[in-house]
Design a protein around this ligand. Structure first.
Ligand code: COA
Length: 146
């Protein structure tokens, strides 16, 4: 059975962090950083039974623009988890008052880039974090896309 849980408990926090750090190995987050994000951002974990298979981030809008990111472990991709996480995240961003949606994909995440492009996002910026080698790509969704 699939379920989606907002990160509030210690267990969900650990699951969210583990998925983040497996998918974004170039910029791992500490437990303290995730704890702090769970307060500022809307974080969710997707479960298949007891297994954490994906997570999402929604940042509160700044000047009407909210950043939304879905992540699914490679072994659980192409089963609709990404779509569910993404839709739930966009709904949350809109409820927070966002009118523009952005996402951020690591350049090496081919699945992520294809997913974003299929959902109407276009690249707006590319940047390398200090000490990193793989660039992050920032994308914005074309207006009027569902
Ligand atoms: C982007 C990401 C979250 C998608 O997760 P996912 O669970 O595979 O997503 P879905 O299963 O909902 O859809 C992915 C694809 O599978 C297809 N699909 C979904 N269910 C399917 C099924 N039962 N059979 C065949 N294909 C299926 C979808 O049409 C979609 O196709 P597309 O990528 O060519 O557009 C995942 O690839 C990921 O974590 N990437 C790295 C992180 C990242 O870069 N995230 C940023 C994106 S916002």
């Amino acid at each position: 059975m699939q379920r989606y849980e907002q990160v509030k408990s210690e267990a969900a926090l650990r699951d969210w962090r583990e998925i983040h750090n497996l998918i974004i190995p170039t910029a791992p987050l500490s437990a303290e950083e995730v704890e702090e994000r769970a307060i500022r951002h809307h974080l969710e974990v997707a479960y298949l039974g007891d297994v954490a298979v994906g997570n999402s981030t929604v940042r509160p809008p700044a000047e009407g623009t909210s950043v939304v990111i879905a992540r699914v472990l490679p072994a659980y991709r192409r089963r609709g988890f990404g779509e569910q996480l993404y839709r739930r995240a966009v709904e949350h961003a809109r409820a927070w008052g966002a009118n523009t949606i952005e996402t951020i994909v690591l350049e090496s995440n081919d699945d992520g880039l294809r997913f974003a492009v299929r959902h109407g996002f276009v690249e707006v910026e590319r940047y390398v974090l200090p000490g990193d080698t793989v660039p992050f790509i920032e994308l914005r969704r074309a207006p009027g896309r569902a």
